[in-house]
Design a protein around this ligand. Structure first.
Ligand SMILES: NC(=O)c1ccc[n+]([C@@H]2O[C@H](COP(=O)([O-])OP(=O)(O)OC[C@H]3O[C@@H](n4cnc5c(N)ncnc54)[C@H](O)[C@@H]3O)[C@@H](O)[C@H]2O)c1
Length: 595
């Protein structure tokens, strides 16, 4: 393909490979990476990570020869343009680690020194703190190549804004192009390349500025987005304390003010990925180093660091202790449509759960392999959602993969030991979760009935008194259980011929425990010093004192203090919930509200 512009891309990670594959649509591209395995894999047309639309593009470009990959820098000397897209991780202090940028600049400089071309333009896409292109990249290339910037080579800071998961789309249709030019000709040539690629009429908005401002634009952009996430997560925590609170309605309510905007206002487990956390840390350190107060950025980071802890404490209170409990984690990647688990909040939560003695089962549609190399054998890597949920005490949805949106409440109920769900991404409608102990990030407790309301158990029935056993009404209903001034609420619903109690909002001192008996098993026949209520979801046999009887679905049975009892699952599983106070109080009554 003679006459095509020759371009090199140094560093074939998420940014470099996506950029190279897109540029190869119009240009002859040489991809360069120091990782031999990666280069060999890409050379076969196989993407080393999961990115939507990348694989077909890559296969085509490799097959038709417009994208070639190598570990050597020879291609740089023949290129008109060289993109530098190597990684810029954090060092242990949070400062940016520029060793890859330095090494790449070194190699690019060496390649330019021996080049026949009189001019090669370098575009620095890696995210770097202001001053890096000038003090490091320009200096090193000048030293190694023996050429002057603006004459023998051009240099622009040209930050990248693509998002993993939509990297190809973002590269093909970027929101803007930022060019931080060292000299007019470098800026003009960079712009001409982009015009050639996108076409004059299709050019995205362009911001031309100094290299330092271009570098800062990238950090400021990520910091602002991260701040939005931490802001809405703070609002989410407030919503969780307010009955019927829902952060999404607040996000929409404020976002419709176009000074605020509705995008990037999704509360959840916090931001992760390879960019936001490290970029905010680097910007904080940079601000501190030049004597600028970075407290707004520090708060952004602090909210984010504590968000997995917040989910952990919700899990802890739902399970009343994590030790020995099986927790199913659905989603490992930091967001859907990518297998990137770097700084994923899910990984952080898993680590904390394991530290607290929980047994963790994990499942992700694409990120299992990458996660395995980080968590190793500390978690149970399962094949699918069903296996992950099997016998779990709690499920936590950490990534909003479409596959998880399809899980229905019945699946949680049928597969789990006890159906408890934390929806950290609010992919489920809480009102559909009536048979499950359900919590969601940013969602407050359901409305509670007021003490003193009168409730009936059916259209013709009256209140249930202590010790009554009754049939629960057929339709959805709410019931409060009161003890003095204290009250809990719950829903009793008919679900496939089974009545279940949900939406527990238990005051201090009241315990609710769910028992599931396997067929033909029985409780051991123990007794408690305080009265209890049993609410049955399945038919089974009950012995109370010396009296034995069959219990129907929906029966509510009062068990007096120290009253010997035995529940027996006759031929089929039996589940029941028991409610009891500590030693100080006793349950006064259970009412059912027929709606
Ligand atoms: N990942 C994103 O979503 C994203 C978005 C915008 C900007 N960025 C920024 O772009 C840069 C690259 O990010 P990434 O996620 O693609 O990183 P990455 O870690 O996925 O890829 C970096 C690649 O550079 C290679 N490399 C390292 N040193 C090299 C050298 N001397 N010569 C050649 N190759 C070398 C590595 O082997 C690796 O393949 C970072 O500065 C990042 O902050 C990333």
């Amino acid at each position: 393909m003679r006459g095509r512009t020759r371009v090199s891309v140094v560093g074939l990670g998420y940014v470099g490979l996506s950029t190279a594959a897109c540029l190869a649509e119009k240009f002859d591209v040489t991809g360069i990476d120091v990782d031999e395995r990666k280069v060999e894999q890409i050379g076969r047309g196989v993407a080393p990570f999961s990115e939507r639309s990348l694989t077909p593009l890559l296969k085509r470009q490799v097959r038709n020869g417009s994208l070639k990959c190598t570990t050597g820098y020879e291609g740089v000397g023949d290129s008109e343009f060289v993109f530098v897209t190597v990684g810029t991780p954090s060092d242990s202090s949070g400062r940016i680690d520029l060793s890859h940028v330095r090494a790449a600049a070194h190699s690019v400089g060496d390649a330019i020194s021996g080049a026949r071309r009189r001019r090669i333009d370098v575009l620095l896409k890696s995210t770097v703190i202001p001053g890096t292109a000038r003090r490091l990249v320009k200096r090193v290339i000048e030293e190694r190549s023996g050429r002057a910037c603006g004459e023998g080579f051009g240099l622009c800071s040209n930050p990248e804004f693509l998002r993993e998961g939509s990297a190809i789309e973002d590269t093909m249709r970027p929101s803007r192009i930022v060019i931080g030019r060292f000299d007019t000709s470098s800026g003009r040539r960079a712009l001409s390349l982009y015009k050639k690629f996108y076409g004059e009429g299709m050019m995205p908005p362009v911001v031309e500025t100094t290299p330092e401002m271009a570098e800062l634009i990238k950090y400021a952009s990520n910091a602002f987005l991260a701040m939005k996430v931490s802001f809405i997560n703070t609002v989410a925590r407030i919503c969780e304390k307010i009955p019927q609170g829902h952060v999404d309605s607040v996000a929409r309510g404020i976002g419709l003010d176009n000074r605020i905007g509705t995008r990037f206002m999704e509360a959840g487990p916090g931001f992760g990925g390879s960019c936001f956390p490290k970029d905010i840390k680097a910007l904080i350190r940079f601000a501190q180093d030049i004597g600028v107060d970075a407290s707004l950025l520090e708060a952004t980071l602090k909210v984010n660091e504590t968000q997995p802890e917040h989910i952990l404490s919700t899990a802890d209170s739902m399970l009343r202790g994590l030790n020995g409990r099986k927790v199913a984690i659905l989603g490992l990647s930091f967001k859907p449509d990518t297998d990137d688990v770097r700084e994923s909040r899910s990984m952080m939560l898993i680590e904390k759960l394991i530290q607290r003695g929980a047994k963790v089962a994990v499942y992700d549609p694409v990120a299992m392999e990458r996660a395995r190399s980080e968590i190793g054998s500390n978690a149970d890597f399962t094949q699918n959602v069903e296996e992950c949920l099997e016998d779990a005490d709690l499920a936590i949805v950490m990534t909003s993969w479409d596959e998880f949106r399809g899980i229905r409440e019945g699946d949680f109920v049928n597969l789990m030991k006890t159906p408890r769900v934390i929806d950290a991404r609010r992919i489920y409608d809480p009102s559909r979760f009536v048979a499950t102990d359900f919590a969601a990030v940013g969602v407050g407790p359901r409305a509670t009935a007021r003490t003193g309301n009168s409730y009936s158990i059916s259209s013709g029935g009256g209140a249930i008194n202590t010790g009554d056993s009754c049939e629960v009404p057929m339709s959805d209903g709410k019931f409060p259980v009161t003890s003095g001034q204290r009250m809990i609420t719950g829903a009793v619903v008919k679900d496939d011929e089974r009545y279940v109690v949900t939406d527990y909002s238990l005051p201090d001192g009241l315990t609710l425990s769910t028992t599931e008996l396997k067929p033909n098993k029985a409780t051991r026949g123990h007794s408690h010093p305080t009265p209890e209520f049993y609410i049955f979801f399945d038919e089974c046999n009950l012995t109370l004192g010396s009296e034995a009887r069959a219990v129907k679905v929906g029966d509510i049975v009062h068990v007096g203090p120290n009253e010997f009892h035995k529940v027996e699952a006759a031929g089929r599983p039996c589940r029941f919930v028991s409610l009891f106070w500590g030693e100080r109080a006793s349950v006064q009554a259970i009412y059912a509200d027929h709606r």
